[in-house]
Design a protein around this ligand. Sequence first.
Ligand SMILES: Nc1nc2c(c(=O)[nH]1)N[C@H]1C(S)=C(S)[C@@H](COP(=O)(O)OP(=O)(O)OC[C@H]3O[C@@H](n4cnc5c(=O)[nH]c(N)nc54)[C@H](O)[C@@H]3O)O[C@H]1N2
Ligand SMILES: Nc1nc2c(c(=O)[nH]1)N[C@H]1C(S)=C(S)[C@@H](COP(=O)(O)OP(=O)(O)OC[C@H]3O[C@@H](n4cnc5c(=O)[nH]c(N)nc54)[C@H](O)[C@@H]3O)O[C@H]1N2
Ligand SMILES: [Mo]
Length: 765
Amino acid sequence: MTSSTPSTPDGSPGDDRHLEIGHPKSAAAGVTGVRVAVSRAVSSMGPRRSWKALRGLNQKDGFDCPSCAWPDPDHRAAAEFCENGAKATAEEGTRARATPELFARHSIADLDAHDELWLGQQGRLTTPMVKRPDATHYEPIGWNDAFDLVADHLNALDDPDQAAFYTSGRTSNEAAFAYQLFARAYGTNNLPDCSNMCHESTGVALAETIGIGKGSVSLRDLYDADLIVVAGQNPGTNHPRMLSALETAKRRGARIISINPLRETGLVNFRNPQKPRGVVGRGTDLADLHLPVRTNGDLALFQAIGSLLVGWDAIDHAFVAQHTVGYDAWAAHVSAVDWDVVRAATGLTREQITEAAAMLRDSSATIWCWAMGLTQHRNAVATIKEVVNLALVRGDIGRRGAGLCPVRGHSNVQGDRSMGIWEKPPAAFLDRLGDHFGFEPPREHGYDTVDAIRAMRDGRVRVFFALGGNFVQAAPDTEVTADALRGCDLTVHVSTKLNRSHLVCGRTALILPTLGRTEVDRQASGEQFVTVEDSMSVVHASRGRLEPASEHLLSETAIVTGVAEATLRETDGTSRFGIGWAAMRDDYREVRGHIAAVVPGCAGYEANTDRPGGFVMPHPPRDSREFPTPEGAGVLTVSPIEVLHVPDGHLLLQTLRSHDQFNTTIYGLSDRYRGIEGGRHVVFVHHDDVATLGLDDGAVVDLVSVGPDGRERRAGGFRVVEYELPRGTAAAYYPETNPLVALDSVALGSNTPTSKSVVVRLEPR
Ligand SMILES: Nc1nc2c(c(=O)[nH]1)N[C@H]1C(S)=C(S)[C@@H](COP(=O)(O)OP(=O)(O)OC[C@H]3O[C@@H](n4cnc5c(=O)[nH]c(N)nc54)[C@H](O)[C@@H]3O)O[C@H]1N2
Ligand SMILES: Nc1nc2c(c(=O)[nH]1)N[C@H]1C(S)=C(S)[C@@H](COP(=O)(O)OP(=O)(O)OC[C@H]3O[C@@H](n4cnc5c(=O)[nH]c(N)nc54)[C@H](O)[C@@H]3O)O[C@H]1N2
Ligand SMILES: [Mo]
């Protein structure tokens, strides 16, 4: 393993000296959640700044929480935030600073020897920094010189497709729109984004079946649902405010099914910290039925449920006839399901599956929620299409209290896609963009995340630009990705905080420090707001409240327009295609004017976003049961079941989040709900598997996987923890396990890394 395949450089987990294994908790949140939130905030921001920041979170005149994409209710609590939202705010609002002195004191190699937690603890970046070819250290650089450096590199490429422009999902709509415009005016659709590793399987499955890649419910629908299925998602940790919505639904009579290999704490019992009964009482039992599905078994499970529904004739035939195609083929396929295969794939009994199917049969309105537990498998697209099949045959789309609810990750990942951050842009979007700005955008599809890594590895991409994110840690196959980045002529990171991707960099590298969403954004025309879109297609304004971390910071929009201006400046000093970058930078209303003209559904954007609650993007299946597919109907699809083969002596590993991280940002070492404190190098294994594999609880093992290329991959020094999960499966934290996910192991149809199904063996040390 190379020195900078992070966190476990030599396989001895440095952060795990104080690892303590306790029992999983039975209830989520409650006063402990509030206490942790407030104490983390105060310790990094101080009391005054904490008060100011937390008071502005998700309020109508405040800023959108930089954590997850769960929507804000119309009637907000005085403090509409959760423990992890507060941690995200504290992470950004910290008083610590990663100044030029830090970079002078530490060589890049020195910095690279530290783990993610330490890097983050150095605080907010303050100054643009450059690493020159062969330099050992980063040194300061002026903004204009930085922009010119990027421009020189881009303009020296033989072909615009030798550059890739990555986006992480915190970027505002304004910055995202300007960024994709820049990439296309420069000449490429190489716009990989975090979505390619996240909900891409959802986008592909929904676009093919209902004609639009977004969910079809509102928050109101959740409150009105009769049944809510939560599959492959851990809301107690990753979308804690969703628990309040589930609690409301529950109190209004909804039932909840949880489908998850793990009995995740929030879904079992929730103590709502906003309500007296949550603070002192025993909380609300959320899930009525928990199906401990075997990892990757959901496709078989959903087809088995389908076969029961067909057998009971619990089908909405009127809806099927009027709004769908493909019913007969689907019904014949699921009716022929082989229950032995189902048993093997799901690890569930026929009784358990029948109980779930009966709940669906008896439900007048069902909502399907899902996240990474469904999207990051080889059969992810097929699995999500099977969810759509069940929703369609029950008439659960475009109906109050019912629908599809993919729960997005990053707070603005959905908005970024709406703004055109997409390597496969629809032709109609390019037409509008080209007409509005008077140029012919490139038509050829660009590289997604996995293809961008392949292209860097093979020398076909030479400049890598990242608007946010931590590419080397988030992407699969850490060593391959690290080598790919190191092979670039130039890597550029627009970032708020120091991370590994600044250290595993190209021959020339830039760190461009930027404002976070919590901060006041002042431009020539005065204070600006930005806009974001949540998981339920609500677009609204976000206004930072805190003073910027440094006077040298520029906003993301200012950085993008600055780079664009420098790159697309003609020899006579005019801007290529006459695009007015400075006007957009000086006044974001200018960007929003362009958004209104180019992005479908955004007419009147300025007025609609700058009002309480914002506006909802159009969604034909949700709004009028119209399906913008070629068939003009919801498409029922047939997918063969493929049972993942796990050889003897191996386990199927899923890589997941602890309660104390945001993706690659490690807040701390407390995965409270799972009873893990003081370290992250643990692998959860069923008691009987521990015995069968000849291991002991607490043994230290290496995790070893073999990719499609036949090459062995290893992540070292994990403590075996006996845990309640299905036989034959295992779980460990991301990103420590990313070296195990082979680059070529991807979901069929979406190219999403299969981070939730990695076949591993455990090698004792
Ligand atoms: N605090 C915090 N909030 C976050 C994030 C964060 O890191 N920290 N990340 C954000 C982002 S970008 C995203 S995408 C979301 C992620 O939100 P989640 O998808 O909830 O995140 P994961 O931790 O990956 O959890 C996946 C869940 O799926 C289950 N699972 C795994 N494999 C399977 C399977 O085969 N079938 C089923 N049915 N279940 C399975 C796991 O046991 C786990 O409960 O959260 C967002 N919010
Ligand atoms: N094995 C495995 N791998 C996974 C996953 C998994 O479940 N398992 N999940 C995948 C998923 S769902 C996702 S979404 C990706 C996440 O991939 P990314 O989005 O690339 O990763 P993050 O960790 O969210 O990025 C964190 C960095 O963003 C920067 N940042 C934070 N806020 C801002 C801001 O406001 N502006 C700018 N410009 N920068 C900012 C900070 O410098 C911080 O270090 O990872 C994927 N990788
Ligand atoms: Mo994500």
